[in-house]
Design a protein. Structure first.
Length: 98
């Protein structure tokens, strides 16, 4: 295993230790993909199509990732971003409702 792979695994491990309020989709099949910065793809329940296009991703991909997390509707998502390693980080509206 090369140094880049070791570092990638270490970063993934740290990202997966986020709190219960936040969710991270395991995107291990994206090991060779690296994005220069974290990129917002959902804000206040609205998809940012321009940013998805810049990442060469589409609405179908985004909806599939949300379904994997049990999120039925984009409107349930307060914020989502594609991380530099290609994983999807989300924060749902109900995470803040008490």
């Amino acid at each position: 295993m090369g140094l880049q792979q070791v570092l990638l695994q270490a970063v993934k491990s740290l990202l997966q230790q986020k709190t219960e309020e936040n969710h991270l989709v395991d995107m291990s099949h994206f090991d060779s993909i690296h994005y220069p910065v974290r990129t917002e793809v959902i804000s206040n329940g609205m998809i940012n199509s321009n940013n998805l296009e810049k990442l060469k991703l589409d609405h179908t991909w985004l909806h599939q990732q949300l379904l994997r997390l049990g999120v039925q509707s984009v409107s349930d998502v307060l914020y989502a971003e594609v991380q530099q390693d290609g994983s999807l980080y989300i924060n749902q509206h109900h995470d803040y409702l008490h």
